[in-house]
Write a protein that binds this ligand. Structure first.
Ligand code: TXA
Ligand code: MG
Length: 323
């Protein structure tokens, strides 16, 4: 289906992706139509292994190779200068490309089968390469990313040609994105692989994204937003806020629901950042689906292991604009 230009949603260890043949600009264009996403936003190319990297990127710095060898397959996306012939449809017209090797066994099996099985790329009769799958998260633009096949079905349903069901995603939030295309590496999106993990392996500190950074819609205000208004509440103001909120509220908290509490729904989240990330989007979807006027979220603790979760929650609140 991918080889004939179709769209296949598939599980990765982070979130479900909406895949298309990255060498087929028409297929990639369909991703944008289905997602309702602006055409100039770049998409990540997924490859089955580092051996395909040079098909997609050029002038790869040693640092990027170090990160790739250490963290691939896994939840890390590298932004690199694009190789010759990489379509504008994939890069949003920029001179860089985002690349990732996912670790989920279904994603791995799909990518390997797509590329023809063995190492190195295969060409079809017309000289077309099958060596990478372009895939943004399989949700409508600006909405919560899907972490189960059922989430994909409810968001995109009949608009995709096939959904591969690989169960609930282990990580649950999108990959860490590091821009290695412009000297000192820049953290464009925090994730399960933390800035500290990367600094340790790279031997240099990451810069935070600034205005020069390439466009990254994941860094737009009000991304990952549920349909209901969401408010992030500092832990020390939690009890006070609960007692002052009169409207029908649904809650995502690290604590147990107190006896007599009137919330429409209360989801207690894990105190461990990894398990919290795993549960986050399913929790937000569940709250969004209930009959409430407001979603109240207790802010998780500070600390580099919580950066990915805190980033997604701030964006869900829609107040944080960094672009
Ligand atoms: O975990 C993930 O990364 C998931 C799974 C499916 O792999 N994918 C994902 O894709 O989150 P998407 O499109 O929803 O988010 C990818 C982010 C976007 O913010 C996009 O702008 C950025 O990566 N990106 C892709 N290529 C880029 C480039 N060349 N330069 C800067 N940002 C880029
Ligand atoms: Mg996305």
């Amino acid at each position: 289906m991918l080889r004939s230009g179709g769209l296949v949603a598939f599980p990765t260890e982070t979130v479900y992706g909406l895949g298309a043949d990255a060498r087929n600009p028409d297929a990639v264009a369909r991703i944008f139509v289905v997602k309702g996403r602006p055409q100039d936003h770049p998409v990540i190319v997924h490859i089955s292994g580092i051996e395909y990297l040079e098909q997609w990127a050029r002038e790869i710095p040693a640092l990027a190779l170090t990160l790739a060898r250490r963290f691939w397959p896994g939840p890390l996306t590298l932004i690199l200068k694009r190789a010759h012939g990489v379509a504008d449809a994939v890069t949003g017209g920029q001179d860089t490309v985002g690349i990732r090797v996912p670790s989920h066994p279904v994603a791995q099996a799909l990518l390997r089968a797509f590329a023809g099985g063995g190492a190195g790329h295969r060409l079809d009769a017309a000289g077309h390469r099958f060596d990478g799958v372009a895939a943004p998260s399989a949700n409508k633009f600006g909405r919560i990313s899907p972490t189960t096949a059922a989430h994909v079905r409810s968001d995109l349903g009949g608009e995709v040609d096939m959904i591969l069901d690989g169960g609930a995603c282990e990580v649950g939030i999108e990959s860490t994105i590091v821009d290695c295309s412009r000297g000192q590496p820049v953290l464009l999106r925090p994730g399960a692989i933390t800035a500290a993990d990367i600094a340790r392996v790279a031997g240099v500190a990451l810069r935070q994204a600034d205005h020069e950074a390439p466009r990254s819609p994941g860094a737009l205000e009000s991304h990952y937003a549920p349909g209901h208004p969401l408010r992030l509440v500092a832990a020390e103001r939690w009890n006070e806020t609960l007692s002052q909120t009169r409207c029908r509220r649904a809650v995502l908290s690290l604590r147990e629901q107190p006896p007599g509490d009137v919330s429409v729904r209360w989801i207690r989240m894990p105190r461990d950042a990894v398990r919290y990330g795993h549960d986050l989007y399913a929790g937000l979807r569940a709250l969004d689906g209930c009959d409430c006027e407001l979603i109240l979220v207790e802010a998780p603790p500070v600390g580099t292991q919580w950066d990915g979760v805190r980033d997604r929650l701030s964006r869900a609140e829609g107040k944080m604009g960094s672009e």
